[in-house]
Structures are given as structure tokens and as C-alpha cells.
Design a protein around this ligand. Sequence first.
Ligand code: EPZ
Length: 444
Amino acid sequence: MTDDVLLVHGGTPLEGEIRVRGAKNLVPKAMVAALLGDEPSRLRNVPDIRDVRVVRGLLQLHGVTVGPGEEAGELVLDPSHVESANVADIDAHAGSSRIPILFCGPLLHRLGHAFIPGLGGCDIGGRPIDFHFEVLRQFGATIEKRPEGQYLEAPQRLRGTKIRLPYPSVGATEQVLLTAVLAEGVTELANAAVEPEIEDLICVLQKMGAIISMDTDRTIRITGVDRLGGFNHRALPDRLESASWASAALATKGDVYVRGASQREMMTFLNTFRRVGGAFEVDDAGIRFWHPGGPLNAIALETDVHPGFQTDWQQPLVVALTQASGLSIVHETVYESRLGFTSALNQMGAHIQLYSECLGGTPCRFGRRNFLHSAVVSGPTKLQGANLVIPDLRGGFSYLIAALAAQGTSHVHGIDLINRGYENFMDKLRALGAHVELPAPVES
Ligand code: EPZ
């Protein structure tokens, strides 16, 4: 398909300004939260990305009206007439995103049953959903696997419960929050994820009338209430997209002002960016990221749950590490297969060796399971244009960065996947002076 290929002529620093809006990993979940209310909600700073469109479609199938608000990027969601959706219609969304799993709690509360199609999302590891179903069972739901997907029922009102997650999963924590707020009694969630997007979801739920407290030891307590209203909320900015553009600025020796980027949620990234040798300047409206000249520094890096170095920051930064002097060590502890994208960087001239041992830091869950989850990146290396096939969202953006930093032309296939999480990325690339073009369609 020619329209899914991008020609990238590399070697030009990215320079200029782009803007990021609300976080991909918060906005669709806040949209699901609107389903819990009995009044309309207003969500602002909503990016036009595929995950938002998928959730919008699923909400509409369930009787929620979703329309534009007064300001650009505002959605008004009215859940006054929630109804069961046709299984075949829901199933049309199978494989499109991971968010449908978060419809379980809200639909069980509103309708007493829920149907969840096969999930999509990036292929960066096994991505099981066992934690989700286990917590839903603890709330009192029954789950039946049918050929077309999972069918859930709540024979009676769901009950608050005591849960300890085996790992601080973002999705499972959101599942608990979206279910516990209307369950009967108190829910105590230990070993919860505490990512900024989760805190923002808690803010959304609190605006709706939920009672939720967070302890410093990753314990979240939720006191169930009988009803929730609507919310009016401005989504927190996308710290993952912001870091992607920062890494692009560094790898291409450029200078990019990311309007909307927020320091508070990016502190760990900013420290690492500075250690590598990148420069940044924060003001009230955004952050400027640039390559200050001279060699970049090799570093040891370990991904972790918040407040550690976010796994989604890893792939774009690894491209910049191919330009650093010396040996960098990267230990990926969140997704077992998130370093697979590096083989294409090696084809472009990078020197990246993968290991199944936990290199450079704390032993993790993957150490004894033979996953290639550690990398040694030796640099600096000159990158050459290549034929690249996008493997997943962040890996895909990383390929774009590598192609932009490389000499010569790259053909990047599968660019449509990037629309899942990067709003108007083609316009942004062009605004930063990237030489990119879509090949002309072949005449038939
Ligand atoms: C969210 O995925 C994000 N996705 C991911 O962003 C992000 O990388 C991840 O959190 C970690 O921060 C969305 O918010 C839509 P997890 P999620 O549950 O919730 C294991 C991006 O590029 N696990 O925290 O699916 C799992 O296999 C995407 O923007 C189970 O074993 O992630 C993984 O090893 C990619 N069983 C770890 O937990 C379960 O039931 C963390 O996953 C659930 C998770």
C-alpha cells in the first residue's frame, strides 16, 4: 500500500516548534469514565488520534452521545441513555486497541453485563489481561470466554474488595478504579501503578463524585458511592509524545520547542536527557529541547514503573544513544520484547547487542526467562537510510527518528500505526523542516 509508506530523506536537523495535547494514555480512559456518570462530561485538550476514535465509536455503540464542545479539542460525552450494544458491532473493533478492556466495570455497573472483543495494542510483549479478569472476579463479576470474545455479568451490585496486584500494572489499576468507584463498600488496592495518567484519571473520577485516596506506599483506597455525575476536565499533556520529540531533536542535532510539554511529569526523563548531553529549557508554556553540540554521553538506563524511567521513553532515546560516545546499557524491565525494534537500527549501521541477562542494575522479572531485554549500544555510529517496517507505536516513531538522523533515504512502511498515538505527526515533521514525502500512487 503506497499510502502507508513514507519516504524520509535524512540528515537535516529538526528545528522549530510543535505542540502536544492531552495524553494518549489518559484521554481514552477519561472518556470511558464518562460512562459511569448520569450527567454529561466535558473533556478538553483531546488529541485527534486513533485510540480516541476507537473509544468514541465504542461509547456511541453503547448509547453515549459524543460531540464537539465549545473549544477546539473539547469533547462532550452524554451517557444519559446507555444501552447494550450489538456484539457484532462491538466485535468490529476487535484488535484495534487495548482500551475496550476498561469498559468492563462501567458497563457492569450500568447494564449488568459487558462484552469485550479481542484486544489490540502494540506487540511489545505477551500483554496478558489476567490481572484485569482476576480483579473483576474479586468484585463479584462472572466471566465467560466465548468464541467472539469475553462475556461478563454482574449477578448483583459489585462489592468493594481487597486487592494486591502482582505487578503495578497501569491498566489493571485503572480497571480497579473504574470498577470500585460505584461498587458497594471500600476497595483497597495495594501495589498500584501511580503513573501521572493514573493520578489524572483519579482527578477525573473525583470531579464526578468519587472518593479516592492514595498512600505513599502504592496503596489506593476507594470508597464506593451510589451515583456519579459528570466532569469538566483538561487532560494532562502527553509526556510520552513530548519525550519522543525531545529524542528526535537530540538524535538529529536539532532544536525543538514542544509547546504543551510539562516538566512535572517529565522529571525523570529530563534528568536522563541531561545526562546524555541534551540541553533543555522549561518555561510556562512548554519545553525547548536541543543538541548543544559536541559529543553525547553513553549512559546506563533502566526502565521502570513511575517514578522510574518510563518504558515508552526508552525506544526513541535509544536512537539518540546510537550517537553517544561509548557503551550505553539499557535494561527494559516493563515489557519483555520492547528491544526487538533495535534489529532494524543495526541494519542502518547501529551497533546494538541484546542480552537475556539483567544488565547494569536490579534483577527483574525477565532475567531468568530468556527474554532479550537488555541492550548494549556502542556509539557513535553513522546511520544509513534503509527499508523499515514499523513494529509498534514507539518503535515506529523511533524508526522515523533514525531515518531523519541517517544519511540517505529511508522507506518507512506501516506509518499509519503512528496515528494511534501521535496527532498530525506528518504536519509536525514538516513544520520542523523534515524532508518527508508520501510516494505518488501508482497508476493502474
Ligand atoms: C499502559 O499499558 C500504556 N498503554 C502503555 O503505553 C505503557 O507502556 C504501559 O501502560 C506502562 O506504563 C495505555 O495506557 C493504553 P501495564 P498497559 O498493564 O496498561 C504485565 C504506549 O506506547 N501485565 O502497566 O497495558 C504486562 O505484560 C503504550 O503508549 C500482566 O502480566 O500496561 C507488562 O509486562 C504501550 N497482566 C506489565 O504488566 C495483566 O493483566 C505492565 O503492563 C496486565 C499487565
